[in-house]
Structures are given as C-alpha cells and as structure tokens.
Ligand binder design. Structure first.
Ligand SMILES: [Zn+2]
Length: 318
C-alpha cells in the first residue's frame, strides 16, 4: 500500500535515483575538469572577490571548493551544497549543465523563441527515466532543445550566455557562502516559519547583497529558480524552494530596484530587468504552492519527448 501511495506523489521515489551523470557521461565530465575549474575560478576572481568586504574576502579565502563529478547519491544537475564547514561542493555536472542551459536560454532569447521549452525539458528530465531515451542516457540541454552547433557565433548569444552562466554560478557559490557564514538562531527561526526556510532566506539575501554591487543584472537567477522548481533535488532537499522563500527573494529585489540599477549603462533597462525578475520569482512562488498545477506539470513531463521541444515562437504559446 505504501508503495502505491508513494507512486502517486508528485515525483515517484524511483525517479530520484535517476543517474543525471548520463547527461554527459562521467568520463566526459572528468575530461573537462580543467576547463570547468578554470571557468569557476574566473567567476570567483571577477564576479565575487572584488565585491566582498575585507572580512568576507578573508573568510571566503579559507573555503575549499570541492568539485566531484556529481553530487551523490541523488544529485540534481543544479545541485551545489556544503558538506562540511569551510567546504563548498560544486559538482562538475552542475557547472557543465549550467553552461549548456545558459547557452540554450540565450540562443532562444536572441532568436525570439519562447523559453517555455526549457521548462518543459526540465519537466521531462524530472519525470522520465534515462531508459526512455536512446543509449539509456538523458539528452543534454543543447541536444534536447535543438540548439544549433554554431549558436555561439552570434555575439549577442555569446554575451548573454556568459552573463547567465556567470551570475548563476555566482549566486550558487554566494548562497553557499551565506550558509557557511551564518545559521539562524532558534529565536530568529521562531519569528520566521522554520529554520530551514530562515536559513535559505538569509543565504539568498546574502548572495543578492554581494551581487548588487556588481554591474551585471543577475540574469541567471531566473534560470536557477526554474531549475530548482522543475527539477528539484531529492528529499530531504538541499535548499528547499518554498513560496515564502521566493516571496522573500522577490521582496528583496523589489525593495532595491534602484540600488540594482544604479550605475548601469542603461538604467531604465536595468530597472525593467530587475522588476521583471522579481515578478517572475513571485509567479514561481505561486507554482510551488499549487499542488494541482504541479501534478498537471508532472503528467505533462511524463509525456514530453525531444520532438516536442522544437523551438517555438512566443506567439505559439498554448
Ligand atoms: Zn540553501
């Protein structure tokens, strides 16, 4: 009976043991270790360190960054976590997946296609097994989303890819750094909802506070939130995505639109971008608290094939 009950839950237990490394293959990820590590080091040197206070920079320099091929046992390709004090784990799988997702988003955006197919791809990954695909492997984002091989030859795509990728990785690293720097006291949690949620809200605000000083709009944040929504980690989840957490993030951005857009080359565009980001995060909050909508989404995910993910014009939305 228990089995039946569990299988009717949103994500059945069997899917949690899905082997996400099959997206690329463990060997291929290991072969790319040097390039991916260099990339992350560059993000730390250019996007994070210049914006830390002296004390934060000192604390950050003591942190060891571990990059295993994948997080085990139940990795999501968006996983990053902190397994021990002064350690941040950012799997190679996560860095490679973020890179491809950023390129897919950016190519679709630059060519006026809907980003809905990216969400549908994540729903497909979460609700189907590798055995449903050729060679018993999940299709990677660029293959599944039909992104052309020469996508990065378009300068606008390359630039947006870099921005999305870097701000996503910055947020992941800074969120972890926030967790390591601070744990909510029982008193603070009592005033909030629960400890896990209070910790998440703090870590998010910490990351955004640092990113606010950078001149880049945190374009990767929306991709990451969609990733955590549609392809959540196994329970007990790392970094639970709840309505209140998302509301806190949207409120944070809304209250600081001017600070985020200050000093940007095009302040008006930066303002629109931040307001739109906050708005999308609020909508994501409605989704995570809507169990009927999630059930429908899971059913759709079980039916989705790579052929369904052909680029769609914005006007072709159902
Ligand atoms: Zn967290």
């Amino acid at each position: 009976m228990i089995r039946i009950v569990f299988s009717t839950l949103l994500f059945s237990a069997s899917l949690y043991s899905a082997d996400w490394t099959s997206l690329y293959g463990a060997g291929k990820l290991e072969n790319q270790r040097q390039r991916l590590r260099k990339d992350v080091d560059l993000v730390i040197a250019q996007e994070i360190q210049p914006f830390l206070t002296v004390e934060q920079a000192h604390a950050f320099s003591r942190i060891q960054l571990d990059m295993p091929v994948a997080a085990q046992p139940d990795a999501s390709p968006f996983d990053s976590y902190s397994a021990a004090e002064e350690h941040i784990t950012l799997p190679l799988l996560t860095v490679a997946f973020v890179e491809d997702m950023a390129e897919a988003y950016s190519w679709l955006w630059a060519n006026q296609y809907s980003s809905r197919t990216v969400d549908e791809y994540l729903g497909m990954l979460r609700n189907r097994l590798p055995a449903d695909f050729p060679d018993n492997r999940y299709p990677s984002p660029l293959v599944a989303l039909h992104i052309p091989n020469n996508a990065m030859e378009n300068a606008a795509v390359a630039k947006m890819t870099q921005r999305v990728r870097r701000t996503t990785l910055s947020f992941m690293l800074l969120h972890q750094f926030g967790h390591l720097s601070y744990r909510s006291t029982a008193d603070e949690s009592a005033r909030k909802h629960d400890t896990a949620e209070a910790d998440e809200e703090f870590a998010d605000a910490f990351a955004l506070e640092v990113m606010k000083k950078n001149s880049e709009t945190p374009a990767g944040l929306l991709m990451l939130i969609h990733g955590m929504m549609y392809l959540p980690s196994a329970p007990p989840k790392n970094h639970p995505v709840t309505r209140l957490r998302l509301k806190a993030m949207a409120d944070y951005l809304d209250a600081r639109v001017h600070e985020f857009s200050e000093g940007r080359p095009d302040r008006r565009l930066a303002t629109i971008a931040i307001e739109s980001l906050a708005n999308h995060i609020r909508q994501a909050g409605a989704f995570v608290s809507d169990s009927t909508g999630q059930q429908f989404w899971a059913e759709q995910g079980r039916k989705t094939t790579v052929a369904d993910l052909l680029p769609r014009r914005l006007a072709e939305q159902p």
